[in-house]
Design a protein around this ligand. Structure first.
Ligand code: GLN
Length: 495
């Protein structure tokens, strides 16, 4: 294996450019890790070995001619299987799209191609992003590289597990209500949930269109800042992208963090509702920021307890509309036999959708139906406005908010499987950012006594990604949690 476990993408780029190893060797390193580790971890739904090696050869011919490489050129990555990839199967983690091959690339995938990054495969997730553990996937459950009895988080569990194992150096993922941040926290990697409108959603298979955001998971803040520089910005195919300047994140993150005001929301540390080690770890991180010159103060976000209900009502209502397109006619799975058109729709959807998908479509349809709309959907929208105002008020007092990502470290496979509500409650601290549109950065903050990763999130006002990266970058310079690798990775890296 190449000795690249603790190198940033920038450093790897320099080595490629200096011909210390070839792009082919780099891509093969990722593929070899997939071959050795993925039978245990099960992060990949599709491996794009041939395409990846072809691309690597193209990059190598540029190196041989001493042509300057773009920073991401030749860098292997994975993509959550909700992003359309032209000519490459895209399942969204659901049986209903098991054999779907899109005719076009999502904008993020297109931008990665233009930057020269090399896709090594499509990774597992809960179907359409519905879940917090990958256990709802129509194919298999991905396991946590730090403890194979535990989940990697979700819905982007395949992305986080793959990055933790070096099976690709970063992953393009999606966050509708925590799906980038919670798996990053469970797998000791760094993840950015961007401001709504920062990155194009075109070609990202829709979950809840007013909540979906496209973001990134990597091994360090520096790496994900670099990726976001390529993916952020206006796209004419997504009218919700906003023409706010794309900052030079990797330059600006180096600026000083002295005098930044950090708020610690007391509602994110509910008595009896958060694991003691998680609480202690986040409070310790606050101390580290204090020592680096930041000002820490307690704040209050009093409506936090309503966020889960408001989020799930909004999300499932949008699901019931967005998933009407899977009818067995236009694309995806079609039932083998049906008497008439209505029967075809019904059987296709009954056979193709997983239980969690059906649960959400039914609940969402109910929440939007005449007579219940005011009680559920409209109420959720009102709470959404309150949450948004509450964050705006908080950001008049403090620059950013520091909070835990999840109430516990990674839970065991099967632990919440028969209790969907318990699974939804896992998301208490992450779901507030999607209805409010705010960005959040999840980074490693420590480990439990039993060796499980614990993450924290830094939350900022809309379009403050540069500030979040700055704090994360300085924290990672002062600590080495993000440089730790799972035991199974260390075993193969030394071979
Ligand atoms: N657990 C959340 C849900 O199931 C996360 C979804 C997401 O961010 N894709 O809705």
């Amino acid at each position: 294996m190449l000795q690249i476990d603790n190198l940033t993408i920038h450093e790897i780029h320099d080595k490629l450019q200096r011909d210390e190893f070839s792009a082919t060797a780099l891509v093969k390193d990722s593929l070899e890790r997939i071959e050795k580790l993925d039978p245990k971890i099960r992060a990949f739904i599709t491996i794009t070995e041939d395409e990846a090696l072809d691309e690597a050869r193209r990059v190598d011919s540029k190196i041989a001619k001493k042509i300057e490489l773009k920073t991401l050129e030749g860098i292997p990555y994975s993509a959550k299987d909700v992003f359309c990839t032209k000519g490459i199967r895209t399942t969204a983690g659901s049986k209903i799209l098991e054999n779907f091959v899109p005719p076009y690339d999502a904008t993020v995938i297109k931008r990665m191609k233009e930057a020269g990054a090399i896709l090594v495969g499509k990774v597992n997730c809960d179907p359409f992003g519905f879940g917090s553990s990958t256990e709802n996937s129509g194919f298999f459950t991905t396991l946590n590289p730090y403890d194979l009895k535990r989940v990697p988080g979700g819905s982007s569990g395949g992305s986080a597990a793959a990055v933790a194992c070096g099976m690709g150096l970063f992953s393009i993922a999606e966050d509708t209500g925590g799906s980038i941040r919670q798996p990053s926290s469970f797998c000791n990697v760094s993840g950015i949930k961007v401001t709504y409108g920062r990155v194009s959603r075109f070609g990202s298979i829709a979950y809840g269109s007013s909540l979906d955001t496209v973001g990134h998971i990597g091994r360090s803040v520096e790496d994900i800042a670099l990726i976001l520089e390529e993916t952020a910005g206006v796209d004419t195919n997504d009218a919700t992208t906003v023409p706010v300047d794309v900052s030079s994140y990797t330059e600006r993150m180096k600026e000083s963090i002295g005098s930044i005001q950090i708020g610690i929301p007391k509602e994110y540390f509910p008595k009896g509702g958060i694991d003691k080690e998680v609480e202690a770890t986040v409070r310790e991180a606050a101390k580290t920021f204090d020592e680096m010159g930041c000002h820490i103060e307690e704040i209050s976000l009093p409506h936090t307890e309503y966020a889960i209900a408001a989020y799930y009502l909004t999300a499932i209502s949008e699901v019931s509309a967005n998933l009407s397109r899977y009818d067995g006619i236009r694309f995806g799975y079609r039932t083998k036999e049906a008497k008439d058109l209505k029967g075809l729709y019904e059987k296709t959807r009954a056979e193709g959708f997983e239980d969690e998908v059906k649960r959400r479509i039914m609940l969402g349809t109910y929440a939007l139906s005449a007579g219940y709309y005011d009680a559920y959907y409209k109420k959720a929208m009102q709470v959404r406005t309150i949450l948004k105002r509450e964050f705006e008020e908080a950001f008049k007092r403090v620059d950013v908010i520091l909070a835990p990502v999840a109430p516990t470290p990674a839970f065991k496979v099967g632990e919440h499987l028969n209790d969907p509500l318990a699974m939804w409650l896992e998301d208490a601290f992450t779901v507030t950012l999607n209805p409010t549109g705010c960005p959040g950065l999840a980074i490693p903050a420590g480990f439990s006594k039993s060796g499980l990763p614990i993450g924290m999130q830094i939350i900022g006002p809309q379009f403050s990604e540069d500030l979040l990266f700055r704090l994360g970058y300085h924290f990672q310079n002062a600590t080495d949690y993000h440089e730790q690798r799972p035991e199974i990775v260390k075993q193969i890296s030394s071979s």
